[in-house]
Design a protein around this ligand. Sequence first.
Ligand code: ZN
Length: 75
Amino acid sequence: MRGVLAECPNDKKHNKFVTVAHVTQDWVVDPAGNFLQELATLETTHGPNIDNNWTCHTCGADAIVTAASVPLRRI
Ligand SMILES: [Zn+2]
């Protein structure tokens, strides 16, 4: 995945964002396979993507997301 750089339009010090990632999980299910409880998240199948919405976790503003010149760093 190419790197991304997200920035809050209201305050550049806001450095946490909410966006979508796809993961696989172990579930407890009933006999028909209906979800009852999540036990664990096993792996990330698709991480954050530049094409998804990114929202500032501090103030809720829609973030400005651009392709970065450096690879995305895992935290
Ligand atoms: Zn913000």
